[in-house]
Ligand binder design. Sequence first.
Ligand SMILES: [Zn+2]
Length: 255
Amino acid sequence: MVPGLATWLSMLLAGAGASLDAVLPAEAAPAPMHRWERLGGADFLVVPAPAVTPDTPVVTYRVLVERRYAASADDFAGVVDEVLADAGGWAAAGYAFVPVEGDADVTIVLAAPKTTDRLCAPLRTGGAFSCGRGGRAVINANRFLHGAATYRKQLPAYRTYVINHEVGHLLGFEHRRCPYRGAQAPVMLQQTKSLSGCRRNATPRADELAVLAARPPRYLRERVAEVSTPPVTAAVADAATVRSREGRPPLRSAP
Ligand SMILES: [Zn+2]
């Protein structure tokens, strides 16, 4: 409640030792700083990240959320953090994924279907799919919010899949086929479209992790060279410790 003029006057005239600062209305408080970035004709919130400098091989990533979904920015970033830090995800190849706000190896974007199409062109996402190209994993917000028929009602599993799949492209992976009927699907199979006889699977298979460990993309090779002894197990352990953003509760119970 803003004090009325009479209240102000009585406080000032009373000279009760209260400084003017103490009675100023709350509008004097600074607004939180938000960084915005323009991409594909839309505005994106740059999700804040803590300053972390681990001494293990890292993949840095940042999270952008289109303005219309800004209220869900923490939820989205929380899921991204969890998926990338998961010891059963790409981190199992021996890398810590570290969130940053500035220059990053990969950018994870939550975008409206039409914006997704613009950011993914010349790939054809048709308002329905996501993509990973040009350093960006662009997640179609309809998919993030509603999943896909192939995952039925398992929304958390689908979210894990789509993030791992699109980030997989940024780590140098092309699409893979279902190896045989009943097999665990490679995460690089286009599981949003069809499981092609495979069993759905949201995380990289052991053979996919082995490929990443043996053939990391260039920016990862350079990063490894900077680190004197790349301890694979330590990197995985680190992933668990660097993943949480300040003040964000874990989101394991995401709907
Ligand atoms: Zn793909």
